[in-house]
Write a protein that binds this ligand. Sequence first.
Ligand code: GDD
Ligand code: MN
Length: 377
Amino acid sequence: MRLLTVVLPTYNESKNIPILIERLTKVLAKIDYEILVVDDNSPDKTYEVVDQIGSKNSRVRCIRRIHERGLSSAVMTGMASSSAKFYAVMDADLQHDEAILPGLLKAVNEEGFDLAVGSRAAEDGSFGEFSRLRRFISWTATMLAKMLLPVNVKDPMSGYFMVSREIFQQAEEKINPLGFKILLEFLGRVPGLKVKEVGYTFRNRVHGETKLSGSVIRNYIVALMDLRFGHLVSPIFVLYCLVGASGIIVYIVTVAIGDSLGMPLIRDVWPAPFNALPSSWLLGFGLSVTNNYVWNNYITFHERRHKSLALLAGFATFFLISLIGLLIQTSVSYLLAATGLFATHAGSGINRAIGITVAVITNYYLNLNFTWRKTRR
Ligand code: GDD
Ligand code: MN
């Protein structure tokens, strides 16, 4: 059995990968290792560059994935396709210092640690010239992780670590391979790991660019909620509720402003009793539905979001479902009031709250199945 497989996830790293492989060959000269590049069919044909090197160097192998995308999932694919005793994971863009690899290996192979982390926050470690914005994102992500999970690693956002095959097998089925935070998944899914942090200085990227994007950050938050509360409630539903809450704020503010500006009642246009409604109400409803649609489309249902023309159909469906929700909410409140179970007035706090709760849940499922239904590719 091979001692070490170095898993290198790549997306458009054709300029970096030959340099990294050369450096790894030097650092790992005394070790029984293999380099496994997992490339997601990069447009710059990184996989071809690796295959070329692999044809002359039997330690180098490439998996080209066509139908899957994502850093964490590439790492999982790499680990699952090798039976080495230990796996190293590192970025292929030369930002991780390969010089500490032997130190990481020693920690898991000789010093009895379950996991070794290449750490920018540990002693001898540094974020280097990481931009202020990126440092802030990393800091916030780390804070959130520490607040929600029992993690006492200083750099849980590191994409540089080493782990045994044994631990990988324990984590494999539980890991959510979405996004960038693969180390956090290990730390969160396998409690009680003995972890060593080895400091290194994060380097600047020279070739190519980062793939960290808004959607990676959104997926991170979903994944954190899933790690912490996933056994209780779906993180997508939580996001949906948060968006709904923002819609209520939009509604209240609009109506308050509208009323203070003296917006008129909807007279003449609609039949009784609707003609007694203030037009500020109509505006508030419209704006809050629009607000909810936009946030749900870009955040809650990000993977299934509508683009260009589909936005119109999506918004129309969402609007219709919101009207149905309004109908459900008022009917439930009025019915409850009629039974007099809690209070006899439909507008009373409790009747209204129950109406809203029922409508939120039915609308969630309606939106899940209609507005943002899964489309088959
Ligand atoms: N196969 C595959 N598929 N590889 C990917 C993908 C993908 O969808 N997205 C990124 N990669 C590869 C890149 O080619 C690179 O080798 C490595 O994953 C890291 O990607 P970067 O885009 O360079 O990430 P970063 O430098 O912004 O983020 C790094 O630092 C973060 C903490 O600040 C990574 O190490 C993250 O894991 C880490 O959380
Ligand atoms: Mn990078």
